[in-house]
Design a protein. Structure first.
Length: 313
């Protein structure tokens, strides 16, 4: 690591140059496929061998408390952010040895006795059918859940509530030409089998869209115009071979673009062979995973937690 700068003969880390790392240790730890607790924790930055050479600087001033709100608003924000910090520090609730129950403040809990999904959807997206073409309606709203299965379930539910024409796009799956497979493997990796794969980072075999719905990009397409992995857009027109959409997140809000089908290759190391999926690099984003929400700017958020969500770290 001492040669990373390349302009110093010093034997010190990074050639003796000042290097600043930025981050929040309360965010989700690095993902280690099939990793156990120790492997996941050891992959974090403060377990790296250079950590002892780092000086930790902490941000201490909450800038939202100095942005012109009333004294009552500032007090409510401070109370909520202090509670969030206790959750991140693991001190919320009674003294514990790492396992405890965390009670959410009453003013942020949504009471629901029957259909929980309908309750949170109608709260986060009120009168959704009347605002499909409204500018700014989807920009800062999202429902967050822990898993991709729950994301698909909620997105399908919201789509069913929107009474407009839908377009269904099916993908095309094939094993990459670089893979050598015999006749037996060809039967194992037939397109029908590949179509059933649900892999993080690429769209599912069946993509259902309607005009006006929010979607998220799954690939970097045009960094200069803000079309990167994680960018949210609103569908404006649906064609057979191309989709027109308007950016609703980042610095290029309002920019219209055309999304073509692309060949997408999963990067999941657990798949013992390489295959490509030709599909639009989009996923409906009424709901998204908590992991995927990191980096998004959202002011209206619904957390739908069907099972314990906190984990070690």
């Amino acid at each position: 690591m001492k040669d990373i700068i390349g302009i110093s003969n010093s034997n010190k880390p990074f050639g003796g140059k000042v290097v600043v790392f930025g981050g929040d240790f309360r965010q989700i730890l690095p993902v280690i496929p099939a990793g156990n607790k120790e492997e996941i924790v050891n992959a974090s930055l403060n377990h790296y061998f250079l950590w002892d050479n780092c000086k930790v600087l902490k941000l201490t001033k909450n800038m939202r408390l100095h942005s012109g709100q009333t004294d009552q608003d500032k007090e409510e924000i401070k109370k909520f952010t202090d509670w969030i910090l206790t959750v991140g520090e693991g001190t919320a609730g009674e003294p514990n040895d790492g396992t405890t129950e965390i009670e959410f403040p009453e003013d942020v809990r949504l009471r629901s006795e029957k259909n929980h999904v309908d309750s949170i959807v109608s709260t986060i997206y009120p009168s959704i059918t009347e605002h499909l073409n409204g500018k700014g309606y989807f920009e800062d709203k999202a429902i967050l859940v822990p898993t991709n299965e729950e994301v698909d379930s909620i997105n399908e539910y919201v789509l069913s509530k929107i009474k407009s024409d839908e377009h269904t796009y099916f993908n095309s799956d094939n094993v990459c030409p670089s893979e050598f497979i015999d006749e037996f493997q060809q039967s194992l990796y037939a397109p029908k089998i590949l179509n059933g794969f649900k892999v993080p980072g690429i769209p599912n075999h069946k993509l259902v869209l309607k005009e006006g719905v929010p979607v998220m990009l799954l690939r970097n397409i045009d960094h200069r115009n803000g079309l990167c992995n994680g960018t949210r857009l609103r569908v404006t027109r649906l064609g057979k071979h191309v989709i027109e959409a308007e950016v609703i997140s980042g610095n290029n809000i309002g920019y219209k673009t055309y999304i073509p089908r692309m060949k997408l290759i999963p990067s999941d190391q657990r798949i013992p062979f390489k295959f490509h999926r030709r599909q639009f690099p989009l996923v409906v984003s009424f709901a998204m995973t908590i992991n995927k929400s990191q980096g998004q700017s959202l002011s209206t958020v619904g957390l739908h937690l069907q099972r314990p969500v906190f984990t070690h770290g």
